[in-house]
Design a protein around this ligand. Structure first.
Ligand code: MG
Length: 205
C-alpha cells in the first residue's frame, strides 16, 4: 500500500494496475535522490499521484508532461474515448482540467510541475538529469520512439527508466512500448531491475 493516500486512487480515470502503481511509488522513492522525476503521458493524473507522493515524501519534484489532447485511442470515435474529457466547443480532447482537479485533491500542487506540451518540444531545451523517467505516452511506434529518444538520455546514472504497457504477446497489446523497452536493453545503457505486470523497470548503468 502507498502510505497516506489522500484519495481513492481507483476513482481516478486511467489505466494503471494496483501493483504497477505501488511499484512506481517505490521506485520513485528510491531514485528521486538522483534527480527529479519526469513522466510522459499524465492523462488524468493516476500515475502522477503515485510518483508525486514519493517525490513529496522525499522533498523532490515531479514534472508531468502531457499535451492533454489525448493519444490516438482517446480521440472521438476511438476505443478509449471518454466524452467527459471532450471539449465540445473547441472539438478537442482536454484532460488537463481533470488532471489539475485530481492533483489538487491529492494535495500535490506544490510537488507536481505540469508541462502541457508535446514530448519533442518539451525535450528540446531540457538539461536536467532525472532520477526517474516514466514513459506512458502515445503507443504508436513513432510516439513511443520519440519519447524514448527524447528522454532516455536524461536519466541520470543509477536512475530508473520505467516503461508502461509491455506486452511480449502481440495479442495482448500494442508492440511499440515493448519495442522501445528492447531497444533500451540492447543499447547496453540500461539493465532490467524489475517487471510488475506490464510495467518494465530499467536502471541506467
Ligand atoms: Mg499506459
Amino acid at each position: 500500500m502507498i502510505p497516506d493516500l489522500p484519495l481513492d486512487i481507483e476513482s481516478i480515470k486511467g489505466f494503471l494496475a494496483a501493483d504497477e502503481a505501488q511499484a512506481l511509488y517505490e521506485h520513485a522513492l528510491q531514485s528521486c535522490a538522483a534527480g527529479p522525476v519526469l513522466e510522459i503521458g499524465s492523462y488524468c493524473g493516476k500515475s502522477t499521484i503515485c510518483l508525486g507522493l514519493a517525490c513529496q515524501r522525499k522533498g523532490s519534484a515531479l514534472f508531468a508532461l502531457d499535451h492533454h489532447r489525448g493519444s490516438e485511442e482517446h480521440q472521438l470515435g476511438e476505443m478509449f474515448h471518454d466524452p467527459e474529457l471532450y471539449d465540445d466547443t473547441a472539438a478537442v480532447m482536454d484532460s488537463f482540467r481533470e488532471f489539475r482537479r485530481n492533483i489538487r485533491a491529492a494535495g500535490l500542487e506544490d510537488v507536481v510541475v505540469p508541462i502541457v506540451a508535446g514530448s519533442e518540444l518539451a525535450a528540446r531545451h531540457w538539461n536536467t538529469p532525472l532520477g526517474m523517467v516514466f514513459i506512458d505516452g502515445g503507443h504508436s511506434l513513432e510516439a513511443a520512439l520519440t519519447d524514448y529518444r527524447c528522454w532516455a538520455p536524461h536519466v541520470a546514472r543509477g536512475g530508473v527508466l520505467a516503461i508502461h504497457d509491455l506486452f511480449a504477446d502481440a495479442h495482448l497489446g500494442g508492440q511499440a512500448p515493448y519495442a522501445v523497452y528492447r531497444m533500451a536493453l540492447a543499447s547496453g545503457l540500461f539493465e532490467s531491475i524489475d517487471q510488475v505486470s506490464s510495467l518494465g523497470l530499467l536502471r541506467r548503468l
